[in-house]
Design a protein around this ligand. Sequence first.
Ligand SMILES: [Zn+2]
Ligand SMILES: [Zn+2]
Length: 279
Amino acid sequence: MINNLPVKTLKHGELTIEGYSRAAVQTYWRFPELKLGFDLGAQPWSFMGTETWFVTHGHLDHIVALPVYVARRRMMKMTPPVIYMPAETIEPMQKILRQFTKLDRGRLPCELKPIAAGDEIELSRELIVSVVGTRHTVPSLGFIVWERRRKLRPEYQDLSGDQIRDLRLAGNEVSHEIRKPLLAYLGDSSPAGLDDNPAMYEAKVLICELTFVAPDHRRDKIHKFGHMHLDDIVERRDRFQNELVIAAHLSTRYHSKTVRALVSKALPDMLDGRMHLWL
Ligand SMILES: [Zn+2]
Ligand SMILES: [Zn+2]
């Protein structure tokens, strides 16, 4: 496999998390078992086979590789991908694709689907993506992937298989839907993006932005620019119920060593070992 871009991989239970994210550089994530990815700031060659993507916002470091990705899939004779993006970004991106087609004389077949906060997308019987509002300097969205199962209603728990079948045949609804948040992705946002969407704190895995960590960076400014500071995580430490909190999108002004030192000083237990710095 051609290795054209950095990709870090982490396995958590059944879920494989692959990606890279540094502020102003590039952001991309992929989850092979879920057959979906978040953001197209660049496109590792190995990600091409994933045909469903969700884009958080229109900043270049989250969207600029979209034409390249679409072109590669066409070149490799793969089906046109489906890309869900904030409604505001659709028309500009369609224009960009037309301009690239002029330059390149190659078609760029893809389905760009407009989404907004409150939307729900059924990817399969078991997987649903809900779209939530986040707070950034341009229209921005976050995503929560839910696992859906049907479970026998508690009042029927002690019945035999035959009895349940009879109830079902008589037209009774014997089961009900259960949803569990499996994966949450904040994208670029001030902390309000977490607080407005409590399921983010409950997802098994949360991918959270953490752009700033230095104590001398003013938090009011950071929030105004739609980002998060380490102190925002420290303040909320009791809210995170996640099994794994991935902190990503660190500013390029910090060396990895500096990030690790500042984070372990502010959060010596790393959220009881659940926090993982994506460096
Ligand atoms: Zn960004
Ligand atoms: Zn951004």
